[in-house]
Every structure is written in C-alpha cells, then in structure tokens.
Design a protein around this ligand. Sequence first.
Ligand code: TXA
Ligand code: MG
Length: 347
Amino acid sequence: MQTEVIRIERNNINAQIMQKAGSILKSGGLVAFPTETVYGLGADALNTEAAEKIYAAKGRPSDNPLIIHIADMGHLDKIVKYVPDEAKKLADAFWPGPLTMILNKSACVPYGTTGGLDTVAVRMPSDKIAQELIRRGGGYVAAPSANISGRPSPTTAQHVYEDMNGRIPLILDGGAVEIGLESTIVDLTADVPVILRPGYISLAMVQAILGRAEMDRGLIADDSGIRPKAPGMKYRHYAPKAELKIIEGPIDRVISYINQRADGSRRIGIICTEETREAYPHGDIKSIGSRKNELSIANHLFEVLREFDEDGVEAIYSESFEAPGLGQAIMNRLLKAAGHQRIDVSE
Ligand code: TXA
Ligand code: MG
C-alpha cells in the first residue's frame, strides 16, 4: 500500500484534504493524525473491522483496548452507559485536552474496540486538525499512538512514516506535537477515581477538581507484582534497542558515574539536559531539554529514544527527572523504556 503524507496548516486547514481523510475513515480505512499529545492512528471506532485494521498495522495485542476520540460533548452519551458527575467535572476542567476517561461502555461500542472490556476509554483532543478529522470521520475515532507496538510513540509525522509506511493510506502531517507524552488516563468506574497512566494532567490537578483521586498501585510500585490496570501499561514499551539505565542521585555524582562509562567512540548514548550538556566530554550526547522547562523534556523524550536506535549505540545512560507533575509522567515513560533499570549513586 502506498502511504501518502499530506501537510496540513493548523490555522488554515484544507477542507478538501480533510474531506478525503474523513471519507477514508468512514469507509473503514486508517488515517494517522496529530493530536496535542502524540500522533494517533485513527479508525471508525464503531466499526469492528476498521478497529481490527489498527491492531494489524501496529502489531498490537488484541486485548489492548483503544481510546475513542470525540470532538463534541454531545457525542459522549452515545458511547457510554451514563456520564457520572465526576466525568462531567473533569470534562469541564480539561476537555478538550490531554485527559482520557474510562467509563462504562454502551451497547453500540464493539468489543473489537475495547479489547473485550465493558468499559471504554474516551478523550476529546484539543488539536484542531484532530477535531476536524473526528467530525468528518463520523464523530467517533478509535486511535492508539501511531507507532509499531513497543516502539516510542510518534511526536512528528516523520516518526509515523518510519513505522507505518506501506501499512496505511494516509498520514496528516501537522508538524511536531505540543506535549509529546500520551494523555493522562483516569478510571472513573472504580470506587475512587484512579490514574492508570500519568500525563500532562497530573494527579494533583485531578484531585483539585474532584477532591479525591489516587495513582494506580501497579504504576507506583515497579517490583510489587501488582499489575497495572490499563492493559497497555503491562506491555514492554518505548524500549530502545540498546540497554538503557537511569542513574539517580546528586547530579555531580550522576555525571561522574556516566563519564566513567563513556569513551570517545559514540558507542555510549547519554541523555542529559541543557544544564548538564557541557559536563560530558565523550559519547553520543543528547540533551532532551531544560530542567527549568519540564515540557521541553516531555517534547523530546520519545524522539531521543528513536534517534539512539538510528545511531546504533550499545548502551544508554540517562539522568533522572523525578519531580511532581509532568516529571511523574516523564519518569513513568523513561522507566518503562529502561525496563525499570535504575542505579542509585547517592552513596
Ligand atoms: O494521548 C493519547 O492518549 C494518544 C493519542 C493518540 O490520543 N493515544 C494513546 O493510545 O496513547 P494508546 O492506545 O497508545 O494507549 C491507550 C492506553 C493503553 O494503555 C490501553 O490499555 C488503555 O489506554 N486503555 C484503553 N481502554 C481502556 C479501558 N477500557 N480500561 C483500561 N485501560 C484502557
Ligand atoms: Mg501507545
């Protein structure tokens, strides 16, 4: 299959191209598109065969459910059994935006979309291209991140092309995404709202609206044997080809630990920040952003992991970015990429 990549200007969206993209979705095909978090691989969420094409294109296990994207609040009622008060409050506060809610599904949502579950994940993205595509595609677009299963999520159309060339007919290129990490997922079907995947919307932000919410225990404890509740969070993810280790402790000790392992050959990859870039004389050194601007780190994390694959490094060492808020989401993705390998150099 020939994959077409078409550039879309966000403040001057070409109606003809969006019409074409919408009709691909309506006829059961796949279209990759930008959202504010990462690029998505869209299909008509209410069409089982279309959803199945997503699993085939990504090589994704079929028990891993998809998020349904909507563009209008009035469309929520159709796909969920009922809208609890807490969902209304979160939608008021954070939609359109990088928040996904798990709710009980209605009968019209096929099990092919929910991986056999009676619950459904729903999100209303803020990206204008995404909204336009959803409206033209029938209103309900199932979309996982547009990467091959296990690879870092795509934050540019080029990343999507690397993974999806030949597998899908159309990629809408809206440039680099705003955030760079996938949406926060909050489960509203349990007794207490639970965050299943941290993202730009932090636990504290959800608590500020609802007065209560907690983190999924399976996310906090990496060796507890407790399974994360979002099926997708149990799979190995984002893993670069080279072994990645996260070094924790006072920054000067971290730098010296990493420098002892690097040499002039660029076989060792180093993930650092603007603030520490100059402290590394050797290695394949990549700054992912500034510690003063967490969003800049979120923006570049997946891109840097992809670049190390291209460079063919043998091992990667990363500084740690533990912090509340967005830092929690950054560390969650980095730890998954590292298979939870962390080295504490405090003492
Ligand atoms: O930012 C995002 O959420 C992006 C963009 C494209 O919107 N999408 C995304 O989708 O990250 P995906 O498929 O890569 O991740 C969806 C996650 C998976 O971990 C999946 O297991 C979980 O959501 N999920 C989906 N439906 C669920 C459900 N009913 N119950 C629990 N977890 C669910
Ligand atoms: Mg994904």
